[in-house]
Design a protein around this ligand. Structure first.
Ligand SMILES: [Zn+2]
Length: 93
C-alpha cells in the first residue's frame, strides 16, 4: 500500500508531519516525528573517505525512511481495516 502524502502540521522546526486517511470525508490522521527514530551506529571503513561517509549517511537515511513508511502503513492499514471495511479490498481490484 502506498503511504499517503504527509503534510507539515505545525510551524517549520517542529518536524511533525501528519498522514491523513485517504477516504474522503474521514478526519482520521496519524502524526509522526521523523527525527525521533533511533539511528544506531553508522558503519564506516577504518580509512573512510568523504564519499564513504556520504554513502553511509545516505544509506542510513533510506533505512530510517523505510522504517517510518512501514510503521505509518501498518497504522493506516489497521485504521482502514477497522473504520472502512472493504477499502483495502477495493484498492486491489
Ligand atoms: Zn479513515
Amino acid at each position: 500500500m502506498k503511504v499517503p502524502v504527509a503534510e507539515l502540521t505545525r510551524p517549520l522546526g517542529s518536524g511533525t508531519v501528519r498522514y491523513h486517511c485517504p477516504v474522503t470525508r474521514c478526519r482520521w490522521h496519524w502524526d509522526e516525528r521523523p527525527g525521533l527514530e533511533p539511528s544506531g551506529p553508522i558503519p564506516l571503513p577504518i580509512n573512510f573517505t568523504p564519499e564513504n561517509l556520504d554513502q553511509a549517511l545516505t544509506a542510513m537515511a533510506c533505512k530510517l525512511a523505510t522504517a517510518q513508511a512501514r510503521r505509518v502503513e501498518t497504522v493506516l492499514r489497521a485504521h482502514l481495516t477497522l473504520a472502512h471495511p472493504g477499502y483495502l479490498k477495493d484498492q486491489h481490484q
